[in-house]
Every structure is written in structure tokens, then in C-alpha cells.
Write a protein that binds this ligand. Sequence first.
Ligand code: FPP
Length: 251
Amino acid sequence: MEDLKSLIDKEKLPRHIAIIMDGNGRWAKLRGKPRVFGHRNGVQAVREATEAAAEIGVEYVTLYAFSTENWGRPKAEVNALMTLLVGTLRKEVKTLNKNNIRLKAIGDLKQLPEKSYQSLMEGIEETKNNTRMTLVLALNYSAKWEIMRAVRQLAQEAKDGNINPTDISEKHFDDALSTKGIPHPELMIRTSGEKRISNFLLWQIAYAELCFLPIFWPEFRKEHLYQAILDFQNRERRFGKTGDQIAREGE
Ligand code: FPP
């Protein structure tokens, strides 16, 4: 599918793509396998998405790997997901370094099992000087958790007299989120055909183009990322302005 890639305008790439990896369980079920089989096969899709994004020149990819709500799943599945995460991180750090990709994580990380937390921190430390692309894992993440934390932090700063409530700007709010310093995603992809945001980056996707792919996450390949970027480039991004205004700005 090299031709899809060649159709992409490198001058108009989204700087940041956020992905909701959905449908591992259903993919496995269709094959008469346990849900964990789906997660294991989802790892190859993670590689494909990361590689494709780095090769084309995207600067940030954020993957929704584990939501705060996911703790409610059967204990065996949660354990399997955590083990998979630790194992994958340990194995993939070399590849990340070889490809000059920096690892980051957002979410309530301290609540992760000790082993997962440690491998995550090691992975972040060992890749911190890489510059080609940043891969952000959203782990034990939920947008409402993040927003509430920011609200409490800003309220405390105001109470302490360090900021005047009327001076609180979008920039202050951005800087109080776990995505501080990361540009907002311009494109969000969700696989599995579900058309929901599921508590992912609610503030940050205010102007993102949403792309819902009718495939399960383990089926995700590089060409799906190319297709989503092409869709993004073919849609007009207006930020609430009229089409004429946007056309004039481009003159
Ligand atoms: C959603 O499918 C998938 C997840 C909750 C986990 C995604 C995890 C991986 C792909 C493992 C490796 C990840 C990294 C970053 C190394 P689902 O279980 O919600 O599927 P369903 O909607 O069909 O039940």
C-alpha cells in the first residue's frame, strides 16, 4: 500500500495523533479465543502504528492503553494486560532507541502495579534523549481524573495567593494537565467501529478530527494510519471560522 503513503502531504501532517485501541476482545472472541489473545495480537498493531507515524514524520502518538475504568475488568484480564505491558516495554525499549523514539506516559501512574510502574519508568528514562517522535502511553488514565486534578491544583494555587482566579487562562489549564508541553492532537482515531471518546483527552481534542475505523485493533496496519491521515488532510479544519476565512488565511 505504498501508494496511500505517497498521497500524504508531508507539509500538512498532524503533529499529534491520539489512538483509542479498541476491539481486542471482540477480535479474539470471533476466533473462539480468550480476550487476552486479542491483547497479545494488539501489540503488533502498536508496532505498526508507531513505526508508520515515525516514518512519515508525525511528532507525537498517544495510545490509550489502559483506562481508569479498565480496573473493573476480570482480575485475570487486568493481570494479563499488565504483564503484557511490562514484557512488551522491556522488549521494545531497544527498538525504540534504534528508531530514536522517546517514551512518555500519562495517567495516574503511581497506582499501577509496582512492576509495571518500574518498567515504565525504566523505559522512559532509557529513551528520554530520543528526538524523532514521542510515543505517549495513556495508562490508568481518564480525562475526567486529569481535569479534576488540574482544577484542584489551580484552586490551591489561587487559595495560596499565587494566582488570581480571573487570570487563569487556557495556558494555565493546559500546563496543569498531564499532557503539559505536548501539542493537542489534531487527529484522533478509534478502531472497532464504536463512535465514542470514552473519557480520553477530553480537553485536548477540542478541535481534533475524529476518525472511526471499522476494524478491530489487532487488524490495524500501517495503511490504516495512512488512510486516517489522508482523511484528515481531505477535511477542512475551520476552528469555528467560515470556509472563506480559512481560504483567505491560506493566501
Ligand atoms: C481494547 O480492546 C484494548 C485495551 C484495553 C488494551 C490495549 C492493550 C494492548 C494492545 C497491549 C499492548 C499495549 C502496549 C502499549 C504495549 P477491548 O479489550 O476493549 O476490546 P473489546 O471492546 O472488543 O472488548
